[in-house]
Design a protein around this ligand. Sequence first.
Ligand code: SF4
Ligand code: SF4
Length: 442
Amino acid sequence: MNNSPPNSNKASAFDAHHPPSNELIEKCVHCGFCLPVCPTYVLWGQEMDSPRGRLYLMKLAADGAVEMNSNWVSHFDSCLGCMACMPACPSGVDYGKLIEATRAQIERNTPRSSAEKFHRRFILENFTRPDRLRRMRLPLLIYQKTGLQAAVRGLGLLNLLPKKLQAMEALLPKLRRREAVAEFTPAAGTKRRRVGLLLGCVQREFFSQVNAATVRVLTAEGCEVVAPRAQSCCGALPVHAGEEAAAVEFAKKTIDTFEQAYVDTVVTNAAGCGSNVKEYGHLLRDDPAYVARARKFAAKCKDISEVLAELQPRATRHPLKLRVAFHDSCHLQNAQGVRAQPRALLTGIPGLELAEIPEAPICCGSAGIFNLVQPDTAKTLGDRKADLIAPLNADVVATGNPGCILQMQSALTRHGQKMPVLHFIQLLDASLRGKSIDSLRR
Ligand code: SF4
Ligand code: SF4
């Protein structure tokens, strides 16, 4: 491939609102170190579905040498936004900012079919609204508890549905009793910090047990926890989907809400949300009323594993005799650079043995809304992960993002593996409370 983009006098294919930065694109020296960690390059071996190829396509569009036609767009739609290419890059190419800008350009300037538009709208208008997700709980509980789900799956009726709906159904978590989190929970013993908890949208309604476990662990370690009721979606899904205007509004609301809580730290326990709120300074860079506040807010945001790594452990850890396969969420390991802290948290539990899953940089296929909009590729990546987990003889898989939990549980179930996929904070919570792993399945 000729890696020198042609010079063209034509107008850029991008509009003038935050086009992908030429300066960032040109940091790429075409070395190819990012290729072996890019899931789509690993699967298909095609240059244009690698980080280097996608940067080249951005450059061609910026120079006006290509249009944003459907073929060009397909190479960005197939990008998971997993950011595995970033830690692998010796030149420090900030691919995260580039793909975010490219996605926003695509959504503003290229057409999508009516069916695709409807599907994306459905995801964004429901998965960013905890009230709507809560209303889905009852019909979903009926579907699961009456045996209807088992019957529908057993009879193969799902095959009659469009592929994207099949993918959504396959990802449904097993719904459990909703555990409410109080707006204020005092610290146990002497207070060490006042922290805010970002509840997430899917996490709040479908993984409320993770938020409840997070609060119990934080309070046991001397933090008082504020979980503002008024908090909205943080805007992570709109950012991943290229819906910049919606993401900006959610970010402003989140800042407004947490400023009223007067906390030292804002704790995140969903890696996709965590990586998004840490980038608020960039997202709100044009808004004079918010940019400084956004930077201050972002500096306070930390993953739960980072917060616990900063606090000297105070609560007693009871043994958990478990072999745990640890899965690095992309938005934790690549976007936030958090790898050591969740491992330290888990290995601090007596009796717990950690098993590393090979190919850690390769995404499981979850990646924001990727498994809902690109189900075939996501399934292939999920299957690959399940195959790598099988020989580890683990009792449980632990990770730090609800999207990964859904994706991996679905892949393991498909492969006949019965082990649960849990958030790592649930394991620490079980250890602090002296509970067995079985208590987490109920
Ligand atoms: S974000 Fe992930 S899928 Fe996209 S180019 Fe980078 S490594 Fe490949
Ligand atoms: S590793 Fe970085 S510099 Fe090398 S090809 Fe990939 S993006 Fe370009």
